[in-house]
Write a protein that binds this ligand. Structure first.
Ligand SMILES: [Zn+2]
Length: 478
């Protein structure tokens, strides 16, 4: 009788059932137990709350390159030290310095009235006294892409796609696409200005959402701003009369030079393999109108607090836990790109990594990009996270989060820990991104997730497949 061949599917089912082969990466039983204790302790630990309260109160808004940038870095160095991290250091990150000074806008005709708007990152200013032009409107980025340049030349382009609240925040792709690519396309077609319906889900607040544009060449950039959602509704109602609509933009903002900030890094040094790392973090910069609580003081706090719990164990973990507070994520992943460039040759030393940058509500889903032989260890991690309400989706790749996506793109094994983003885009990049939006219990759940997975990855017998060029084309680097 012929034995049936063990198919890949059957093999993975066996693994799912808990049987690992000798080639597999495995988390030892003692480490699983410690991770469960870390998880349970984290739920009653308020370190992350204290950290994000401290950052948002003592530093407040900290736009990259602003005077608060240096204060934020000083804060991060001091906080890492106060929490007892073994190593604290900075790595320089340089980028164009963009400033926002003054902004206003109005409908000039046919029904004169002011508009609530905010300038977008890398927007140049308007000429002194403002820019007045007729508006041409598109309901989507695709419609703008398809438009004849003759209809756009000399006009202010308005693009108004709407975002709906979604648990996975999927509609942000619609809003951010119109914000990043829209102004560039409009400029290429001869527009003199660009207006966007805010990339946000708060339909009833006269508060505009800022964010970066895709302008890479300042010489080709045009003034660009986002209208609050009710102001976008109003402009659309005025446009619906079918009469020529003229708008005035008065923006005083722009790139004023080059700035050098830094990624701030704290490490819990591994006992057996100090030069191998589990990398976690958030970004230290924020947009200027709010205090950067959900974006991304929470991410920095979650990572710091998770590492602090591991630091407080009776002995150091086998591998190091590296917490990175990234510089200038908001204007184009400058900190993440600088980090990946500097550490490109060390990608194999990164055991596993991911960054928290989608607020402070609960993690509900985990996915991973790891080598097949590490799936068993990922399932062990999933088992520890399951009581926290985290589902493991084996079909999706792990992307590493915002800045660490750049290390993943170079071959770092990575998780994605999806947070519930239902509320996030109501406040994201607005004056409403403040500490009161963080629920301390949900924040603690995040810390439990990060502490448990980081410890298990640090203690695993074997690696997760980080290697130069690994995971290319897994679709996660977007
Ligand atoms: Zn962010």
């Amino acid at each position: 009788m012929r034995r049936p061949a063990l198919t890949l599917l059957a093999a993975s089912l066996l693994l799912a059932g808990g049987l690992a082969s000798a080639a597999d990466t495995v988390v030892p039983a003692a480490a699983v137990k410690t991770a469960e204790q870390l998880r349970d302790k984290a739920l009653h630990d308020d370190t992350a709350w204290q950290v994000v309260k401290s950052l948002t109160t003592e530093v407040g808004p900290r736009m990259a390159g602003s005077p608060a940038d240096q204060r934020a870095r000083d804060w991060a160095v001091a906080k890492f030290k106060a929490l007892g991290f073994d190593k604290v250091y900075t790595e320089p990150v340089s980028y164009p310095l963009w400033e926002r000074r003054h902004e206003s806008g109005a409908i000039v005709a046919p029904f004169p009235q002011s508009l609530v708007l905010t300038a977008l990152g890398y927007s140049p200013g308007t000429p002194k006294g403002g820019l007045t032009a007729q508006v041409v409107s598109f309901d989507s980025l695709a419609a703008l892409k398809a438009a004849d340049p003759a209809t756009i030349k000399g006009r202010i382009v308005y693009v108004g796609p709407r975002m709906q609240r979604k648990k996975d925040g999927a509609d942000y792709a619609i809003g951010s696409g119109a914000r990043v690519a829209g102004p560039v396309i409009a400029a290429e077609k001869g527009a003199v200005g660009y207006l966007l319906r805010s990339a946000g889900t708060d339909a009833h607040q006269r508060i505009a959402h800022t964010g970066v544009t895709g302008f890479r060449d300042a010489a080709k950039a045009i003034p660009a701003a986002a209208l609050s959602n009710p102001d976008a509704d109003q402009l659309e109602r005025v446009l619906a009369y079918g009469k020529p609509v003229t708008v005035k933009l008065d923006l005083d903002c722009g790139i004023v030079g080059e700035y050098t900030g830094a990624n701030v890094i704290g490490e819990i040094t591994g006992r057996k393999h100090p030069d191998q790392f589990v990398a976690i973090g958030g970004h230290l910069d924020s947009w200027d109108p709010g205090t950067g609580a959900i974006d991304d003081g929470a991410g920095v706090a979650i990572a710091m607090a998770a590492a602090k719990l591991i630091h407080d164990l009776p002995q150091r973990p086998d591998r190091s836990i590296r917490v990175i507070a990234f510089a200038n994520e908001e204007m184009g992943l400058w900190g993440g790109r600088a980090y990946a460039e500097k550490h490109a040759n060390e990608v194999a030393k990164f055991q596993l990594g991911t960054e928290s940058d989608l607020g402070a509500d609960k993690v509900y889903r985990m996915s991973a990009s790891v080598k097949p032989q590490a799936r068993h260890a990922i399932e062990q991690i999933a088992g520890v996270l399951k009581p926290l309400g985290v589902a493991y989706d084996a079909r999706r790749p792990g992307g590493g989060g915002s800045d660490l996506s750049q290390m993943h793109a170079r071959g770092m094994a990575a998780l994605t820990l999806d947070q519930d983003a239902t509320r996030y885009f109501d406040w994201h990049h607005t004056p409403n991104d403040t500490l009161d939006k963080i629920d301390p219990d949900q924040l603690a759940q995040n810390v439990a997730v990060y502490a448990a997975f980081s410890y298990m990855a640090a203690q695993a017998d074997g690696d997760f497949g980080s290697a130069p060029g690994a995971f290319a084309g897994d679709g996660a680097e977007d």
